[in-house]
Design a protein around this ligand. Structure first.
Ligand code: AMP
Length: 333
């Protein structure tokens, strides 16, 4: 077991590692030492649970473009998994993850075990996600967002990051992290990155590894439903919901948990008169795998899919299914 109080530091510095890969820290002491070696300039963090794919790479590239130093955390956070969820079978691909980080020019990878993050075991004090954490994913996964926000808060403190990157793919998580940073005065910028998809529209996810070939075919109904809903956006909310639902009912092998069109900051169903930005989100089980997906949409005349919400920083429109690497010149959102 890793002794986190061990002051022996055996990290490679970012400079020593030039060309050969990122520094690796497994303990708090190693993280602090490696963090200190990064030197001047702003630090970006991309938090992951490993089994990295092109979605994660896109976050890292965006961080790389914006900040001087990039830290990636790879931590399978037990706090955010329910007792009947997939923690024990969650894919672990550390070597491939390290290789991806090397390719993407990451400076430092923090790879802690649970006892490093939670040295006293299950933390008695957690961040509460509040009511926004009880709906949609939170309803299906009670306590999930308290677990997410607790670890995100800890990792922001431990890495001392100035800026952090999250995928629109996990829209409710992104919203809650934004709220936490604002409500609890975390001195960090929270930046969203559009969902990265496979060529056929399936949102990339570490959990896609669980899908059989036929599951994967079935899973395409989620993004097809979102696309159909977005295409009806100029006719108003009920047309969006109807169009999306029509696709899902045609695929009985996908067990849909919810399909909603909600306000992007309250997550409440938008009424029929509503015009403006909304989140069309879907979750369901395909085979043994629970999948989620969403499209930000603009509802009303001239409406359709948005790549990301405008968030007061200008809209970054683009076609649904776009691979989502935010344009390098786009402002931080
Ligand atoms: P995870 O490892 O699944 O916890 O994801 C780590 C980060 O990558 C989160 O901010 C996710 O929202 C983001 N992410 C995962 N999949 C995608 C994707 N397909 N497109 C964009 N971001 C993603």
């Amino acid at each position: 077991m890793t002794d986190d109080r061990d002051s022996t530091v055996n990290t490679m510095s970012a400079t020593d590692a030039a060309g050969s890969g990122p520094a690796v820290a497994r303990t708090r002491a190693e993280l602090q030492a490696a963090r200190a070696e990064l030197g001047d300039g702003d630090v970006a963090v991309v938090m992951t649970m490993g089994a990295l794919h092109e979605g994660h790479s896109t976050l890292i590239r965006r961080a790389r473009a914006d900040a001087r130093h990039v830290i990636v955390t790879v931590f399978l956070n037990p706090l955010q998994f329910g007792p009947r969820e997939d923690l024990s079978r969650y894919p672990r691909t550390v070597d491939a993850d390290m290789e991806l980080c090397r390719r993407e020019g990451v400076d430092l990878v923090f790879l802690p075990t649970p006892d490093v993050i939670y040295p006293d075991g299950d933390p008695g004090v957690r961040v509460s996600a509040g009511p926004l954490g009880d709906v949609l994913e939170g309803q299906a996964r009670p306590g999930h967002f308290d677990g997410v926000l607790t670890v995100v808060g800890k990792l922001l403190h431990l890495t001392g990051a100035d800026v952090s990157y999250y995928g629109q793919k996990d829209a409710q998580q992104l919203l809650l992290i934004r709220r936490m940073a604002r409500d609890l005065d975390f001195p960090v910028e929270v930046i969203s990155v559009p969902t990265v998809r496979e060529a056929d529209g399936l949102a990339m996810s570490s959990r896609n590894m669980y899908l059989t070939e036929s599951d994967r075919e079935t899973a395409l109904c989620l993004s097809r439903a979102l696309r159909a809903g977005a295409a009806a956006a100029n006719e108003g909310p009920s047309a969006v919901r109807r169009a999306a639902r029509a696709v899902l009912v045609g695929e009985p092998l996908a067990l849909i948990d919810y399909l909603v069109l909600v306000h992007p900051s309250t997550l409440e169903d938008v009424p029929e008169w509503y015009r403006g930005e909304a989140l069309l989100a879907v979750a369901g089980r395909v085979g043994t795998t629970r999948l989620i997906d969403n499209f930000p949409v603009n509802v009303g005349p001239g409406g359709g899919a948005l790549e990301v919400f405008s968030d007061g920083a200008g809209r970054n429109g683009g076609p649904p299914g776009h691979t989502g690497s935010a344009s390098p010149q786009s402002p931080r959102r």
